[in-house]
Design a binder for this molecule. Sequence first.
Ligand code: GTP
Length: 599
Amino acid sequence: YPPERVRNFSIIAHVDHGKSTLADRLLELTGTIQKGHGQPQYLDKLQVERERGITVKAQTATMFYRHTTVSQNSDAPRYLLNLIDTPGHVDFSYEVSRSLAACQGALLVVDAAQGVQAQTIANFYLAFESNLSIIPVINKIDQPTADPDNVKDQLKRLFDIDPSEALLTSAKTGKGLEQVLPAVIERIPSPPGKCDSPVRMLLLDSYYDEYKGVICHVAVVDGALRKGDKIASAATGRAYEVLDVGIMHPELTPTGVLYTGQVGYVISGMRSTKEARIGDTLHQAKITVEPLPGFKPAKHMVFSGLYPADGSDFEALSHAIEKLTCNDASVSVTKETSNALGMGFRCGFLGLLHMDVFHQRLEQEYGAQVISTIPTVPYIFEYGDGSKVQVENPAALASNPGKRVVACWEPTVIATIIIPSEYLSIMSRNFVIMLNHIFSQRALLKYRLPLKEIIVDFYNELKGITSGYATFDYEDSEYQQSDLVKMDILLNGQPVDAMATIVHNQKAQRVGRELVEKLKKFIERQMFEITIQAAIGSKVIARETLSAMRKNVLAKCYGGDITRKKKLLEKQKEGKKRMKRVGSVDIPQEAFHELLKVS
Ligand code: GTP
C-alpha cells in the first residue's frame, strides 16, 4: 500500500458519546473483528479500561477497506486504514497529542441528544492544533431526544463547521455507518513522508509482554522499516535490531515490513518500557536524523506515597510496582520512609485519574494491598538563601527547619465547563470566570484555578450545584504565587508525617477544623484517650478528643457467648486489614481518603 492508499485517523469524543462503540462497528464492517465477538470495546484491553469505560493506553488497529463508492466492481481500490484510539482524559493529553501527531484526520463524535460537551471542545482544539481534517459525526440519532439540527448549529457556532459536513449515525442500530469510511478516504489526506529517505518513525505507545518483551506501536513517517534493520532511539541514543515488525489486525500480525505512512508494531529487544518513551523518534541507526517535533518527558502533576497495607509486604509491593512501571513508564518512583507508615514509595503521576488507575492495576493485576497518602501537587518553595525546591511530599518541608520560606508557587489549570445557561448565575457566584460564551441555551465558561482544587472533590461539587448537568475538562496552566503553609496532624502529640498537607494560609483554620473532625469520625475508639490536633508550625489551630473505649463494651453488647464474640472479633479484624498503626493508634485507609476531600 503506497501512502496514497493509506489513511491514519483517530476518533475523539466526550466521554460516553459512543467512541468505543463506533470503533467496534468500523472494525466489524471491515471484517477486522467478527460481529458479536463477545468482547465489546475491542480496543480497551485492560481490565480497568473496561470497568471504567475509559481508554488509558493508545491502541491502533489496521483495517482493509474496498472503496466501492468510486467503483462498484471488484477492482475498486483497496485502502489500508489505521484507527489510532487515544485516551480521552486530560491526564493523558500528552499521549493524545502524540497519537494525533500520527494522524491526518479525526472523527469528532458528538451525542445527538447531549450535544457538544466540555471534552468535545478540548478534543476539538487538540485535533485542530494538530492540523487534522475533522469529520463531525453526530451519533446516537436513534434516541428519542436526538436533535441533530441543534448539534449542527452548535458545531457551526463553536467550531465554524459547515453543517453539511456532519455525518448522522447510530452506532447502535448501524444507521448511517456506511458513510463513515468513504468520508475518511475522501476527506482525510494521505500521510505525507518521504518513501526513499532513511526510516524515521514516531513512537506512539509501548507495552510489556511477558514473552515478547517490549512491543512499541509506531507510525512510520519516512522510509520503510524491515525485520533485521538496525534502529536507534533519538531520546536515549540506544541502538536495537528489529526482531519483528507488523500491523495490528487487530492482534499482532507480522508483515516483515512497514512502509511510509503505515502504523504498526515493532519488537526490538527493549527490556523495559522505560526505554520506549512516548513521542520519541526511532530512526535508522548510525545516522543523524532530525527528531520528530513534540517530544517531552512525562510531567508529574500529582504525587502520593504508597505503602504496604501490612508492613511485612514491602518486598511484595516493591516487586508489584517494579512490574507495573515496566508497563507504564510514565510513573516516577522513589523510595521514601515515613515515621508513621514505614518503608514505601513516593510516586509521581500524570494526574489524579492516572494515579487511581495505577492503584487499581496494582491491586487487580498484582494483588498488592496498598495504603496511599493524601495526594499532593508539586509546589515550589523559595527560601531566604535564594534556593528553590519542588516539594512533592509535604512532610519533606520539615527537613529544612533552618530555612525561612520567602515565597511559594502552586500549579494551576484552566478549566472549561459547559452548563445549561440557567445555572450561569450560580456559577458566577462561586467562581471568577475568564470567558463566558452562550450558545444554544448553554454556557461555555473558562476559568483558572489551583490544580489542588481539582484533586479535591471539585467535579462532584460542580455536579452538585448544577444538578449533574455540568461537564468539565481542564488543561495545565502556569504556576501562580500563593500564600501556602504546611499543616501537620498530631495524634497524641505526635506528628503523623503521612498526613501533613500544604494548604492556603487563609483557608488553614477552616481546613484544620474539618480535618480533625473527619479524623475523629474515622479513627475508632481505643482503650485510651486520643487527642487529634491540626497545627501550623508549633501553633495548634484545631483539636478534638476521642474518648477511651470502656473495657466491657463487647461483653455488654453480646452477652456471654464467647465463641460468637470471637467470631465477631475475627470478622472485625478482617475488615480492618487496611489499617496502619501509628504510634499506638490504628488509622484506617479511609481516614487518608477522607482527609483528601477536605484539604
Ligand atoms: P468512553 O470509552 O467512556 O470515552 O465512552 P465512549 O465514547 O467510547 O462511549 P461508548 O462507545 O462506550 O458508548 C457509551 C454508551 O452509549 C454505551 O452504553 C453504548 O452502548 C451507547 N451508545 C453508543 N452508540 C450509541 C448509539 O448510536 N445509540 C444509542 N442509543 N446508544 C449508543
